[in-house]
Design a protein around this ligand. Structure first.
Ligand code: KIV
Ligand code: ZN
Length: 385
């Protein structure tokens, strides 16, 4: 099995979610949980952005022992100096340099020609190399960059001393086929590519961030970047828990695995949701409240007979106790009977049928039928009989 490195950017790209602002203490709390989760690298922030972020990155750098702490930096000396200061005390620091490479960004944002992009990025990598042995370089908006120019940029980054080259689909524009092909082409065409790690960084504007990350893995990516719960700019980043569980569940297909401690996923998800103030949607894959909940009678009956009928992942894998059978208007007699047994009621067939009919009437009127509702329904019935 090939190992896929996990680069978590919850504290940087994740914090760029509109409305999210983590203070130093909160960043350290999340960082220590990410360490328990077993991420290989964690991007703690963008030190040049504010003195507060510089201080927070430094606190994370000093607190974390078992992952490489990463600081983001534009390709300019002042940013590199800020990152250097922020990463003091880190056991295994990484500098993450970026410069946009796509025609749109070159023309409107940077106002640079191709050769200026190459020169600016190369100068920054060479400058940083004096201080950092681990340097990741990202051609921002790589996804919309001409492939020949992208090959040139990646070759330059390798020559200048980058140890990881990241291929961001900054605006979540590509299909899995196209994104995977970029990795394939870089592997075929760029000299020295075998000496560095290739990383995938996807955004979810078209809902394709996880699919694109998996396509990158199938085409040779060594590292996946993403966030817990998929938070991040606009529609967010690749959700790390989705990639990890896809690789775990379909190891037969992907032949690759992360080194994550999967049983820490639910806890990490809850902590990130609490401290960022971003609720996890109920239907969110892996960590949503409904990810292991079953409502329809047919599904509940299957689950009661054999869980693998409707569950491809056991909740215990991500550190949850059990799946939930939710009682609602779609539920069947089998699940209702099990619920009654759980609540301490054993009814004969006739009484069970009567109670079930009453339950269905109630479920037609009420979205969530709680344990209390069921108790009330049975007690009322018992009193009447
Ligand atoms: O999406 C992006 O391009 C980024 C870069 C800074 C890597 O987050
Ligand atoms: Zn990003």
């Amino acid at each position: 099995m090939r190992k896929i490195y996990i680069f978590d950017t919850t504290l940087r790209d994740g914090e760029q979610s509109p409305g999210v602002n983590l203070n130093t203490q909160e960043k350290v709390e999340i960082a220590l949980q990410l360490e328990k989760l077993g991420v290989d690298r964690m991007e703690a922030g963008f030190p040049a952005a504010s003195p507060g972020d510089l201080a927070a990155v430094n606190a994370v750098a000093r607190a974390v022992k078992n992952a490489s702490v990463v600081a983001l930096s534009r390709s300019r000396e002042q940013d590199i100096e800020a990152a250097r200061e922020a990463l003091q005390g880190a056991q295994d620091p990484t500098l993450h340099l970026f410069l946009a490479s796509s025609p749109i960004h070159r023309k409107y944002k940077l106002r640079m020609e191709k050769h200026q992009v190459l020169e600016t990025a190369e100068a920054a990598i060479r400058y940083a190399k004096k201080y950092f042995s681990r340097i990741e370089f990202s051609p921002e908006d790589a996804g919309r960059t001409e492939i020949d120019f992208l090959c040139e940029v990646v070759a330059m980054a390798i020559r200048a001393g980058a140890t990881v080259v990241n291929i961001p689909d900054t605006v979540g524009y590509l299909s899995p086929y196209e994104y995977g092909n970029i990795f394939k082409t870089l592997k075929e065409k760029v000299p020295g590519i075998e000496n560095i790690q290739l990383s995938a960084h996807c955004h979810d504007d078209l809902g394709l961030a996880t699919a694109n990350a998996l396509a990158a893995i199938l085409n040779g990516a060594d590292q996946i970047e993403g966030t817990i719960n998929g938070i991040g700019e606009r529609a967010g980043n690749t959700a790390i828990e989705e990639v990890a569980l896809a690789l775990e569940t379909r190891a037969d297909f992907f032949q690759a695995k992360t080194g994550l401690v999967l049983t820490e996923i639910a806890r990490t998800s809850r902590l990130v949701s609490k401290l960022t103030g971003m609720p996890v949607p109920g239907n969110k894959a892996i960590v949503g409240a409904n990810a292991f909940a079953h409502e329809s009678g047919i599904h509940q009956d299957g689950m009661l007979k054999e869980k693998t009928t409707y569950e491809i992942i056991s909740p215990a894998t991500i550190g949850l106790k059990d799946s939930k059978l939710v009682l609602g208007k779609h539920s069947g007699r089998h699940a209702f009977k099990e619920k009654l047994i759980d609540l301490g009621y054993e009814l004969n067939d006739e009484k069970l049928n009567e109670a079930f009919a009453k339950f269905k009437n109630l479920a037609d009127r009420k979205k969530d039928v709680s344990d209390e509702d069921i108790r009330a329904l049975i007690e009322e019935k018992l009193i009447q009989t």
